[in-house]
Design a protein around this ligand. Structure first.
Ligand SMILES: NC(=O)c1ccc[n+]([C@@H]2O[C@H](COP(=O)([O-])OP(=O)(O)OC[C@H]3O[C@@H](n4cnc5c(N)ncnc54)[C@H](O)[C@@H]3O)[C@@H](O)[C@H]2O)c1
Length: 363
């Protein structure tokens, strides 16, 4: 069991990473005390595979454990589902100190985080991330939120959890495609911060993830969380270096939109986006002589027909991004590997060339 502390202005909290650590971590949280009530928000697939474990364990610590299942997929990150969840908590007697446990991937985590932030102006939140992406990225750092019909993640708040329990036992039921989605964020940390990750991520080349080396997996997850924790500690509200975590994401969000958030997953789009950002870095004059992402390409299987997306459409979606603050497009580029910088890029031809590379990679 490995621990680390995320220290932000608004809250410091512990992240626990390991295998079969869920029950032990609960004992730490409750520390001999028992609660009259607590809530669990749980992704539907996680409930299917681990519902008994979650409920039986939580039942040891509270007289009344109320749970709500979150249907899988982005359609749960809506105002309508946020409202049903808030109704569920309020009609079942939530108080300011009633903990909300959220078990699932980034969807359940973002939704649950925003519910915790908004109900009674904030209740205790414990994340139990169950996807690779949620363990290394979305459960850390306090970004919570839901989607709006005009775009993704447009309604939300910064709200730090009280604890994060990353137990790799939950990953035993995770489909292979979701492992690969999470791999993209892991490789992102390799690109922006720590080259050793490119070697250590080779465990993802395994045939069968159910028998993946746990020690290596835990140490890799820990390393990624530590990078994110350090960045968030330095820049909780993304006014500076936290933007480096968006490496590849400007391209990724636009291609996801071009595919109607349907045929391409977020992780697949991030992988393509990193290839494009790498290309744009070179076109802008930075010399990156090696392509550390290359060995991981065969693990991605795209279902998008490249003929159905056009570079002009993807380019225009970048301009429509509602979170854009500048009249020019900004990208996280690499001056060198592990040396990111946020740059305005005004040369449309360069951007289109980088987008074309992304489209060609899908063939
Ligand atoms: N808050 C942040 O900082 C942040 C960062 C990155 C991404 N995100 C958000 O995260 C979301 C994507 O998260 P995700 O990739 O975890 O997707 P997800 O939550 O949709 O989970 C992916 C799929 O895996 C299933 N699943 C989850 N855990 C499982 C398990 N242990 N066993 C079997 N099935 C399981 C889910 O039901 C779903 O079908 C997006 O909405 C994105 O916007 C947020």
């Amino acid at each position: 069991m490995q621990y680390l502390e995320v220290k932000t202005q608004s809250q410091s909290y512990k992240v626990v990473v390991g295998r079969d650590i869920f029950e032990r971590s609960l004992q730490e949280i409750f520390n001999g005390s028992s609660w009259d009530k607590l809530f669990l928000l749980v992704d539907e697939n996680v409930f299917l595979h681990h519902g008994d474990l979650l409920l039986n364990s939580l039942n040891h610590f509270a007289d009344d454990v109320q749970h709500l299942v979150v249907p899988q997929g982005e359609s749960s990150k809506t105002v309508a589902f946020w409202e049903s969840t808030v109704n569920f908590l309020l009609t079942n007697g939530v108080r300011r100190n009633t903990p909300l446990f959220v078990a699932g991937g980034g969807v359940a985590g973002d939704l649950g985080g925003f519910v915790a932030a908004s109900v009674l102006r904030g209740i205790p939140l414990i994340h139990i991330p169950t996807t690779i992406l949620a363990m290394v990225d979305s459960s850390i750092g306090g970004k919570t939120g839901i989607n709006h019909q005009t775009g993704k993640n447009l309604i939300g708040a910064f709200y730090q959890p009280n604890m994060v329990i990353a137990d790799t036992r939950f990953l035993t039921s995770l489909p292979r495609r979701e492992w690969i989605n999470g791999l993209s964020e892991i490789l992102k940390y390799g690109a922006i911060s720590d080259a050793s990750i490119f070697n250590e991520a080779s465990i993802f080349q395994a045939e069968d993830y159910r028998i993946i080396d746990q020690e290596k997996l835990i140490s890799l997850i820990y390393k990624c969380i530590k990078i994110k924790a350090d960045i968030v500690a330095a820049d909780e509200f993304e006014s500076g270096i936290r933007a480096f975590l968006n490496f590849g994401h400007t391209f990724a969000h636009a291609i996801e939109k071009a595919c109607n958030f349907d045929t391409i997953s977020h992780g697949e789009a991030v992988f393509l986006g990193m290839l494009a950002a790498q290309k744009l870095s070179r076109l802008t004059g930075y010399s990156l002589n090696e392509n550390f992402l290359e060995p991981y390409k065969p693990l991605y299987q795209f279902r998008v027909n490249p003929d159905e997306v056009s570079s002009e459409e993807i380019y225009s979606y970048m301009f429509q991004d509602k979170k854009r603050t500048d009249k020019h497009l900004k990208f996280v580029l690499l001056k060198e590997w592990q040396s990111p910088a946020v740059k305005n890029v005004t040369n449309k031809e360069h951007i289109i060339e980088a987008i074309m590379l992304m489209i060609n990679e899908m063939m």
